[in-house]
Design a protein around this ligand. Structure first.
Ligand code: ADP
Ligand code: ADP
Length: 224
């Protein structure tokens, strides 16, 4: 089945800029899809529409997720290019934020936070503050914050663009391992052809603004 389905979706902002579309896109459950395209072609706009942050000007956006809303769960996790951490809060409390917003029970929240921090390799940094962390580690916190509500779909908006190449490559490998383990649907926006081919099963290339599908590639892998 599909996780995300866009039909004839376009977005024109209040200033008259048509950022995206019309766009048709089906993302299968559990797939890892990259969105590639020139700056300003509407990639972030597409992610925001999928996340329900703003409505399309035309067309329909459907997101399928588990019907039962369990404690603190949210269908979508979002990671931005900037980690946008609260500087006054510890790593643990930064990761706690979406659970607070979802009114998760405290004991359940604590369990989830420890699990999410372990998943991104930050178990030992729960009490640290963002200023004590490297760029790569801040991005890991941001990833943990997106995973902590156990979403079905993970939206990543150029998450590693600001990192040095080695940190970026480590995070690529760790993200890939997480995807294989957690079976999330991932939509990954990047400028990097390397990243898109290395990480995803499907690469979708958009035209310049307004972004429409220009080309699409399926990556053949030897792994099951
Ligand atoms: P990308 O992520 O591919 O770089 P964006 O989705 O961020 O592209 O932006 C697409 C176009 O829409 C750009 O021209 C951008 O300036 C414009 N845009 C994005 N957000 C807004 C907004 N809130 N209001 C007006 N224009 C916007
Ligand atoms: P990555 O985020 O891929 O782990 P980094 O370059 O951010 O790469 O950090 C490399 C490693 O160095 C981290 O995994 C961590 O173990 C350690 N490290 C980085 N910054 C700190 C820090 N401020 N305090 C303690 N250890 C750190």
């Amino acid at each position: 089945g599909f996780a995300v389905r866009l039909r004839a979706v376009s977005k024109t902002y209040d200033n008259g800029v048509t950022a995206l579309g019309p766009l048709d896109l089906d993302v299968a459950k559990g797939d890892f899809v990259s969105l590639l395209g020139p700056s300003g072609c509407g990639k972030s706009t597409a992610l925001r529409l999928i996340a329900g942050l703003g409505a399309p000007s035309a067309g329909t956006v459907n997101v399928s997720h588990r019907a039962t809303k369990m404690d603190g769960r949210h269908p979508i996790g979002f990671v931005f290019q900037e980690p946008t951490l609260m500087p006054w809060a510890s790593v643990r409390d930064n990761v706690r934020l979406p659970l607070k917003l979802a009114h998760a029970a405290p004991a359940e929240a604590d369990r989830r936070i420890e699990e999410a921090l372990a998943q991104v390799g930050l178990a030992e940094f729960a009490d640290a503050y963002p200023r004590e962390l490297s760029g790569g580690m801040k991005m890991r916190v941001s990833l943990a914050r997106a995973l902590v509500t156990d979403p079905d779909i993970l939206l990543l908006d150029e998450p590693f663009a600001a990192l040095d190449e080695i940190t970026r490559f480590r995070l690529n490998n760790d993200l890939l391992a997480l995807w294989r383990k957690l079976h999330k649907t991932v939509i990954f926006v990047t400028h990097s052809v390397f990243e898109s081919v290395y990480l995803s099963q499907r690469v979708i290339v958009l035209t310049a603004r307004p972004g429409r599908i220009r080309a699409e590639f399926r990556i053949a892998t030897a792994e099951p």
